[in-house]
Design a protein around this ligand. Structure first.
Ligand SMILES: NC(=O)c1ccc[n+]([C@@H]2O[C@H](COP(=O)([O-])OP(=O)(O)OC[C@H]3O[C@@H](n4cnc5c(N)ncnc54)[C@H](O)[C@@H]3O)[C@@H](O)[C@H]2O)c1
Ligand SMILES: [Zn+2]
Length: 705
C-alpha cells in the first residue's frame, strides 16, 4: 500500500484500521471511500458525483461467479452513502446494451433499460451516470465535481491546460450532457490514450480510478491536489483576482443588519408563485466575488457545472443597491427592486422561450434563486431551508470555479441551450414529479414566544411537523437550552433557529426577529404565547404584580404583533398572528383581578389588531385554552396553590377538578392547543380573522357571545 502523502488542498482521511475492517469486502471499501470523499466539500459538492466498484458475485440463479458493478444510485450524497444508496448491476448486461443503443437522440430510453440489468433487487434506482462507470473497465472509479478541476474544465483553454499540467496522463472529453453517449465517449478517450489515470470532462468534472479502493482514493486526491496547486500558483499572477476589489464590505454587524432589513422584501418578490425560505451568506469567498470589478462581467454569464445551475438557476440577480443605501426608505427601495425582479423574470422567460422544445415541460418559477448585494452578501431562496442553504453552497462552488478559470485563462459558462436541455430534461422533470408533496406549512416561517414553555413548545413542534421553520425563544435560558436540544434531535438543524426573547424588552425583540429574518428570510406566523400568572386576592395584589402581568401579557403581545406586522407588510404576503389568551378573558373568577383583566385586554387587542391589519391580509385569531396542567411552568408555581385555594381543594385534585368541570369531561393537553393553532393556519380557515377558538373541554361560561 502506498504511503500517505501530504496534501494541502484536499483532506487525506484514509484510516488503515478502519479500512482493515473491510478487508475483502470491496463494496464496504467503496462505501468507506465514498464517505471520505463526500466529507470534503473541496472534492465534490453536496449530492454531486458518484463512485463505483466492480466485483465478482455469485449469480443467484446459477451460483456461478459473474461481474457486478456497484455504483451510487440516483440522488443521495457521497458523504452519507450507505449500501441502500447503491445500485448493483450485471456488467455483461450493461455492456450488451451497447448493441441495442440507437444513437444519441434516443439515449434517454437507455435509462429505463438499466432496470433490466439490476443484480441486487434492493438497488437504488440506477442514475444517469451508470453508463459512465460501466464502460470504463476499472475496478474502482470516482467521478467528482471538485471546484479546482471544474475551474480547469470550464476554462477557455481547459483541454490544453489539462494536457500540459498532467503531461498527457489525464484525458479530455468535451462537454456533453451526461448519459449513455457520454459513457461511450469516455471509453473512446481511454482507447485512444490507454495510459491515462483519469479524464477531465469539459465544463463538468473529473473521472479517476484505481485497481483498489485505496488506489482510486489516492489517485483522485493527487489529481485534485495538483489542479488546486496550479490554480493557487496562478492567483493574482497576471492580474488581480476577479480584476481587483471595486468596493469594500460593510462590517459583519452592518451586513447582518442590512440583510435583516432587506430580506423580507426580497422574499416577497421571489415568493410570487411559491413561498420561499431564505438563506444569507457573507463568507470571504462570496464577498471577494461580489465586491470585485469582474462581478458585472461574470455574474450574468451564469454557472458552468450542471449541478451548479440546477440548484442556482442559470444566473444570479445582482441587486441594484449600494451598501450605503438607506433600506428603511421602503418606497424608494421598492422603486429600485421591483424593476430588477421584473427584468430577471423577463430574462428567464426569454431564455425559456428561446430554448424550449416541442415536448419541454412548462416554464418553472422565473424568479431568481441567488441574489447578490455588493458589500453586504448573498441571499438564496428556495422551497425549504436545506435547499436554500445548499443553493448558496453551490453558488459558492461556482464562484471558486470562476475564480480559478479566470486566474489561468478565461471562464466559460455552458451555452444557454445546453443549460436549458439539462434544466428542462424530461428525466429531470420526472425526478421533480416523484418528489413528495409539500406539507401544509412548507415555506412558512413561525415565531412562537415562550416556546420553551409547555403550550408554546407544543405549538412550535406542531408547526415544524407540518413543514414550517420555526424560531423558538424564551426569556428562560435554561428551559430554552433544553428545548433547543429537543428540536435539534427531533427536526434537525435546518428546521429551526433559537434565541433569547423577552417580550417586555424591545432590544431582545429586535434581536430575535433579526435572527429569524437572517435565518429564514422573514416571518409568516407569529404566536403570542409567553406568559406568567399570579393569583391573589385583591387586597394582596401589589402594583408590581399588576405591572408585571400587564407588561408580559398585554404590552408583550402588542410589541410582538407590531414587530411581526412590520415584517409581514414588507413581504406583502399576508400573515397570521395567533394569540394564546385564556378562558379567563371571558369568565370572571375570584383572586384573578390582574391576570384575568390582562387576558381580557389581550383578547380585545387581538380584535383591534384584526380590524386594523385585515387590509394587509394579516389575520389575527385567538385560542383560549383552559387548565393545561401538563408541562406548564405556570402550574408548577404558586398559581396552582392559589387556584386550589380559590376552589377549596388540594393541588393534586386540580386536574380532575378541571376535567370534571368541562362539558366533555376532558383533560386538556398542550398538543390540543397546538392543534387549534394549526387549524387556524393550515389552510382551511383562510377567510377567518378576529375569531376565538376555545380549547377547554367545553366550559359553558366561556362560550363566546
Ligand atoms: N396552562 C394553562 O392552563 C393555560 C390556560 C390558559 C392560558 N394559558 C396561557 O398559555 C400561555 C402558555 O402557558 P403555559 O401553560 O405553557 O406556561 P409555561 O410557563 O409553561 O410557558 C410560558 C413560557 O413563557 C415564558 N415567559 C415568561 N415570561 C416571559 C417573558 N417576559 N418573555 C418571554 N417569555 C416569557 C416562560 O419562561 C415559559 O417558558 C400563557 O400565555 C398562559 O397564560 C395557559
Ligand atoms: Zn457529474
Amino acid at each position: 500500500m502506498a504511503v500517505a502523502k501530504q496534501f494541502k488542498h484536499v483532506s487525506y482521511l484514509w484510516d488503515e484500521n478502519t479500512a482493515a475492517a473491510f478487508k475483502g469486502d470491496e463494496v464496504g471499501l467503496l462505501i468507506y471511500r465514498s464517505n471520505l470523499l463526500g466529507a470534503d466539500l473541496r472534492l465534490t459538492n453536496y449530492g454531486g458525483g458518484n463512485t463505483s466498484c466492480k466485483v465478482q458475485m455469485p449469480d443467484p440463479l446459477t451460483g456461478t461467479k459473474t461481474e457486478v458493478m456497484y455504483v451510487k444510485g440516483s440522488g443521495g450524497d457521497l458523504g452519507t452513502l450507505k449500501k441502500s444508496g447503491l445500485a448493483a448491476l450485471y456488467m455483461d448486461r450493461l455492456l450488451a446494451l451497447k448493441k441495442i443503443y440507437r444513437g444519441i437522440e434516443h439515449e434517454d430510453e437507455m435509462v429505463a433499460l438499466f432496470n433490466h440489468c439490476i443484480y441486487d433487487l434492493q438497488s437504488k434506482a440506477p442514475s444517469i451516470d451508470t453508463a459512465l462507470h460501466a464502460f470504463l473497465p476499472f475496478k474502482h472509479i470516482d467521478h467528482l465535481h471538485p471546484d479546482a478541476a471544474i475551474a480547469i474544465a470550464a476554462a477557455r483553454d481547459g483541454e490544453k491546460i489539462t494536457q500540459e499540467l498532467f503531461n498527457g496522463s489525464i484525458g479530455w472529453v468535451e462537454w456533453q450532457r451526461p448519459g449513455f453517449d457520454l459513457g461511450l465517449k469516455l471509453k473512446a478517450c481511454l482507447d485512444e490514450n490507454p495510459k491515462i489515470r483519469g479524464i477531465m470532462l469539459g465544463s463538468h468534472g473529473l473521472f479517476t480510478w484505481g485497481d483498489t479502493a485505496y488506489e482510486s482514493y489516492i489517485n483522485t486526491l493527487e489529481v485534485i491536489e495538483q489542479c488546486a496547486t496550479y490554480l493557487e500558483n496562478n492567483f493574482g499572477k497576471t492580474r488581480p483576482v476577479f480584476g481587483g476589489r471595486k468596493i469594500n464590505s460593510l462590517s459583519p454587524e452592518e451586513r447582518k443588519e442590512k440583510a435583516a432589513v432587506l430580506m423580507p422584501m426580497l422574499r416577497g418578490y421571489v415568493s410570487e408563485h411559491n413561498r420561499m425560505i431564505g438563506h444569507f451568506s457573507d463568507s470571504d469567498a462570496v464577498l471577494e466575488f461580489i465586491n470585485s470589478r469582474d462581478l458585472e462581467k461574470l455574474a450574468p454569464m451564469g454557472t458552468s457545472c450542471p449541478d451548479h445551475f440546477l440548484r442556482t438557476k442559470i444566473s444570479p440577480l445582482v441587486l441594484p443597491l449600494a451598501a450605503a443605501d438607506d433600506l428603511n426608505l421602503i418606497d424608494s427601495l421598492r422603486d429600485k427592486l421591483k424593476p430588477a425582479f421584473e427584468g430577471y423574470r423577463k430574462m428567464y422567460s426569454a431564455y425559456y422561450e428561446q430554448c424550449k422544445h416541442a415536448d419541454s415541460p412548462a416554464m418553472r418559477d422565473p424568479n431568481p434563486v441567488i441574489l447578490l448585494f455588493p458589500g453586504v452578501g448573498m441571499f438564496s431562496f428556495a422551497k425549504d431551508k436545506a435547499t436554500a442553504r445548499i443553493a448558496a453552497e453551490f453558488y459558492t462552488n461556482a464562484i471558486q470555479v470562476m475564480k480559478g478559470a479566470e486566474a489561468i485563462s478565461a471562464y466559460t459558462s455552458l451555452p444557454r441551450q445546453e443549460a436549458f436541455n439539462i434544466e428542462y430534461w424530461l428525466l429531470e422533470e420526472a425526478k421533480l414529479q416523484r418528489m413528495p408533496k409539500p406539507k401544509p406549512l412548507t415555506g412558512r416561517i413561525v415565531l412562537v414566544t415562550g416556546s420553551a414553555g409547555g403550550i408554546g413548545k407544543a405549538i412550535a413542534k406542531k408547526m415544524a411537523q407540518e413543514g414550517a421553520v420555526v424560531f423558538i425563544n424564551d426569556n428562560d435560558e435554561g428551559r430554552l437550552a433544553s428545548a433547543t436540544q429537543e428540536f435539534r434531535q427531533q427536526f434537525g438543524k435546518d428546521a429551526f433557529e433559537s434565541g433569547i426573547l423577552d417580550v417586555t424588552s424591545n432590544a431582545t425583540i429586535h434581536h430575535a426577529f433579526q435572527k429569524t429574518v437572517v435565518a429564514f428570510g422573514g416571518v409568516d406566523i407569529v404566536v403570542n404565547c409567553a406568559g406568567i400568572s399570579i393569583s391573589k386576592p385583591l387586597e394582596e395584589h401589589t402594583e408590581a404584580d399588576w405591572d408585571k402581568l400587564y407588561d408580559i401579557l398585554v404590552k408583550g403581545q402588542f410589541l410582538i404583533t407590531q414587530k411581526g406586522a412590520e415584517i409581514m407588510r414588507k413581504q406583502n404576503l399576508g400573515g397570521d398572528v395567533l394569540n394564546i389568551v385564556s378562558k379567563n378573558a371571558l369568565v370572571s373568577g375570584p383572586n384573578n383581578a390582574a391576570y384575568g383583566s390582562a387576558k381580557a385586554a389581550q383578547l380585545h387587542l387581538s380584535r383591534l389588531n384584526a380590524a386594523e391589519l385585515g387590509k394587509d391580509h394579516i389575520r389575527v385569531n385567538v385560542v383560549n385554552p383552559d387548565a393545561v396542567i401538563s408541562d406548564s411552568k405556570i402550574w408548577a408555581g404558586e398559581w396552582a396553590a392559589g387556584r386550589a385555594k380559590a376552589y377549596g381543594i388540594t393541588v393534586e385534585e386540580l386536574p380532575a377538578y378541571y376535567a370534571k368541570r368541562t362539558l366533555l369531561n376532558e383533560v386538556i393537553l398542550p398538543e390540543d392547543v397546538a392543534n387549534a393553532c394549526f387549524a387556524f393556519v393550515g389552510g382551511l380557515l383562510n377567510k377567518s380573522t378576529g375569531n376565538v377558538l376555545n380549547v377547554d373541554g367545553g366550559v359553558a361560561a366561556a362560550f363566546v357571545r
